[in-house]
Design a protein around this ligand. Structure first.
Ligand code: NAD
Length: 550
C-alpha cells in the first residue's frame, strides 16, 4: 500500500554498499521502503531541507565532504526530530555508539546486515521517535477536544468540570513482544488502553489494531465513547484500546499471540465490572474470544462478561456483529422520514466495507435504497443506476476485494465521497471530510458510521450548505448498545431473541435521535453539538451528584 511506504534517505558514498542496501530494502516485506540516495552529505542535507519527504535517514559517518560525529551532528542540526540510523563498519562501532548517545536512533553493522534486521531497525526507529514526540498530539484528539469545548461553551459548563473532562482519567501505554511465525524474530509493538470517565459504571470501548494508532487517537475514541454511552443512556463510561500494528500483515497465529500478550499486559485494568473491551477496526469476534480466554485463564474460570462482540457460542449476543450497520440504517431511516422521504426512493454511497460499511450496505439495500458506490482501502466500485448488492457480496466473499465487481466501474475513495446522493455514509476512517472537500460533498444526509470522519471546519461548511449530519456518537451507537445487551444477557445468564434485540435497539436509537433533534431545534444548534450536549449533560450531572473524593 503506497500510502504506508517509508521514505528512506540513504547517505552513503560507497556504490557497493548502496547497491546492497537498496536490494535489501527492495526485498523487504510491507510496508515497503522507497529509497533516495545521496553520495555526499551536502546532497543529503539538501534533500532533507527541500521537500521534507523523508521519514528516516540511513547515514554513513565517513563521507567525501564530512567525517565522524560531525556528519551526524550536521544531519541532527538540520532535522532534530528525524530518526537517523548509523551505518558502520566494525572499525567504527565506537563512533556509531557515540552517535546514538548524541541522538541517533540506532546503528547497524554493514558487514552483518540482513533484510529483517535492517527493516526492523528502520521501523523501530520511527516508532521510538513517534513515542517520544507528542503521543497525545493527534489530529483526532484535537478534534474530540474541540468538539467538546464547543459544546461546553454553549452549555456554559462549569470550568472545573470542563478541565476534568478534557483529558482521560486513566491511560495505559504498554509495549509488548510477540513471536513471528519463524520463531526467530520477536516483534515489539506499542499498545494502549484509555479510560476517559469512570463515574458512570464500568468503562466500555473497542480495541483497534491499526498501523496509525497512538495515545491521542485512542484517547479521542475513548472520549467519544463516553458521550455516546451517555447519549444512549447506557450505564458505562468511555474507554478504548489499541495496538499500533498492521493486522493485515500478520498470520492468524501471530494475531493470536499478539492479542493474548496485549490482554495480559492490560489485565489489571479490564474486567466485567471495570472495563469491557469490544471489537473495533482491525479486530473481530475471534480476537474477542482470545481476549476472553486469556483473561479467564488468569482468573481460573470463564468470564464471558469481560468482553462483548464475542462469538455466540461463548455468550455473544445475537445481532451484535451487524448491530452498528443495522443501527446506522435505523437512524438514517428516521432522518429520511423526517425529511419527508422514504429510503426506498433514496440513493446511498458507503465508504468502507468492513464490519460497519458492509452491514450498512446490506441493510440499506434491504430497505430498497439504491447503493451507487462502495469502497474499501484499495478503492471503490460505482454504478450510477445502483450496484447489485447480492453480486457485490458474492464477488467480495470470493475475491476478498471489491475491484472487478460485476456491472461496476472503479472509483477512488476521494471521488466516491463527492458523488451526488441522498445518503453518504463514511464507515472507514477518521478525517475523511475536511475543509478541502466539504464544499464538494453533495449528499442530503451525512451518516457517520465511522468515528470522527468530519473535521470541525468541514462541519461548519456542511452546516452552511444545509447538509443534515447524523453525528458519529449517535449514528454508530448501535454497536455499543447491543454490546450493552450482550453484557446484560451475560450477567443475567439469560438470552434474548433477535427480534427483541433489534426492537430494543431501534427504540433506544430512535429515542436518542428524537432527543438530539429536539435539542438541536430548541437551541438552534447543529445535530453534533446537540448530541454532545445530551451526553456531556448526563455525565456532568452524575459527576456533580457523586462529588469529588475525598
Ligand atoms: P473494519 O476493520 O471491519 O473495516 C474497516 C474498513 O475500512 C475496511 O473495509 C477497510 O478496507 C476500510 N478502510 C481502511 N482504510 C481505508 C481508507 N484509507 N480509505 C477507505 N477505506 C478504508 O472496521 P469497522 O469495525 O467497520 O470500523 C469502521 C469505523 O467504524 C471505525 O471508525 C470504527 O471506530 C467505527 N465503529 C465501529 C464499530 C463496530 O462495532 N465495529 C462501532 C462503532 C464505530
Amino acid at each position: 500500500m503506497a500510502k504506508n511506504r517509508i521514505q528512506v534517505l540513504l547517505i552513503e558514498d560507497n556504490p557497493v554498499h548502496v547497491k546492497m542496501l537498496e536490494q535489501l530494502l527492495a526485498e523487504s516485506a510491507a510496508p515497503g521502503f522507497d529509497v533516495h540516495t545521496a553520495g555526499r552529505l551536502s546532497d543529503g542535507l539538501d534533500r532533507i531541507g527541500t521537500n521534507g519527504n523523508v521519514d528516516v535517514v540511513l547515514l554513513d559517518l565517513i563521507l567525501p565532504d564530512s567525517e565522524d560525529l560531525e556528519t551526524f551532528a550536521r544531519v541532527h542540526a538540520k532535522a532534530p526530530n528525524l530518526p537517523v540510523v548509523i551505518l558502520t563498519s566494525l572499525d567504527d562501532v565506537n563512533l556509531a555508539a557515540r552517535a546514538v548517545e548524541l541522538g541517533a536512533q540506532d546503528y547497524l553493522l554493514k558487514t552483518k546486515l540482513d533484510r529483517a534486521a535492517l527493516g526492523r531497525s528502520i521501523r523501530y526507529s520511527l516508532e521510538r521517535t513517534r513515542a517520544r514526540s507528542g503521543e497525545f498530539d493527534s489530529a483526532m484528539f484535537r478534534l474530540a477536544q474541540q468538539q467538546f469545548l464547543k459544546a461546553a461553551q454553549l452549555m456554559n459548563l462549569d470550568d472545573n468540570m470542563r478541565q476534568r473532562l478534557l483529558f482521560p482519567q486513566r491511560t495505559q501505554i504498554v509495549t509488548l513482544p510477540f513471536w513471528r511465525d519463524d520463531h526467530k524474530m520477536v516483534e515489539n509493538v506499542f499498545g494502549y488502553r484509555v479510560q476517559h470517565v469512570l463515574t458512570m459504571g464500568p468503562t466500555k470501548g473497542g480495541i483497534r489494531y491499526h498501523h496509525d494508532v497512538n495515545l491521542g487517537e485512542v484517547s479521542a475514541l475513548a472520549m467519544w465513547m463516553t458521550w455516546k454511552c451517555a447519549l444512549m443512556q447506557l450505564p458505562f463510561g468511555g474507554a478504548k484500546g489499541g495496538v499500533r500494528v498492521d493486522p493485515t500483515m500478520l498470520s492468524k497465529a501471530e494475531l493470536e499471540r499478539l492479542t493474548r500478550r496485549y490482554t495480559a499486559e492490560i489485565i489489571g485494568s479490564i474486567g466485567p465490572d471495570k472495563d469491557i473491551p469490544a471489537p473495533d477496526m482491525g479486530t473481530d469476534e475471534q480476537v474477542m474470544a482470545w481476549v476472553m480466554d486469556t483473561y479467564s485463564q488468569q482468573v481460573g474460570y470463564a468470564v464471558p462478561t469481560m468482553v462483548t462482540g464475542k462469538p455466540i457460542v461463548l455468550g455473544g449476543s445475537l445481532g451484535r456483529s451487524e448491530a452498528t450497520g443495522r443501527g446506522l440504517v435505523y437512524v438514517i431511516k428516521e432522518a429520511a422520514k423526517r425529511n419527508g422521504s422514504d429510503l426506498s426512493n433514496c440513493t446511498a454511497v458507503v465508504q468502507g466495507f468492513g464490519n460497519v460499511g458492509s452491514n450498512a450496505v446490506r441493510f440499506l439495500g434491504a430497505e430498497g435504497a439504491r447503493v451507487l458506490a462502495v469502497s474499501d482501502v484499495a478503492g471503490g466500485v460505482y454504478n450510477k443506476n445502483g450496484l447489485n448488492i447480492d453480486s457485490l457480496f458474492a464477488h467480495f466473499s470470493e475475491n476478498r476485494t471489491l475491484n472487478g465487481c460485476p456491472e461496476s466501474e472503479p472509483i477512488s475513495n476521494a471521488d466516491l465521497l463527492e458523488l451526488s446522493c441522498d445518503v453518504l455514509a463514511p464507515c472507514a476512517l477518521q478525517n475523511q471530510i475536511t475543509a478541502a472537500n466539504a464544499d464538494r460533498i453533495t449528499c442530503r444526509i451525512l451518516a457517520e458510521g465511522a468515528n470522527g470522519p468530519t473535521t470541525l471546519e468541514a462541519d461548519q461548511i456542511l452546516g452552511e450548505r444545509g447538509i443534515f449530519v447524523l453525528p458519529d456518537i449517535l449514528a454508530n451507537a448501535g454497536g455499543v448498545t447491543v454490546s450493552y445487551f450482550e453484557w446484560v444477557q451475560g450477567t443475567q445468564n439469560y438470552t434474548w431473541s433477535l427480534e427483541e434485540i433489534n426492537e430494543r435497539l431501534r427504540q433506544l436509537l430512535v429515542g436518542a435521535f428524537v432527543r438530539t433533534l429536539e435539542r438541536a431545534r430548541r437551541q438552534s444548534i447543529d445535530m453534533r453539538t446537540a448530541a454532545l450536549i445530551e451526553g456531556v449533560s448526563r455525565v456532568t450531572e452524575a459527576k456533580q451528584k457523586r462529588g469529588i473524593f475525598p
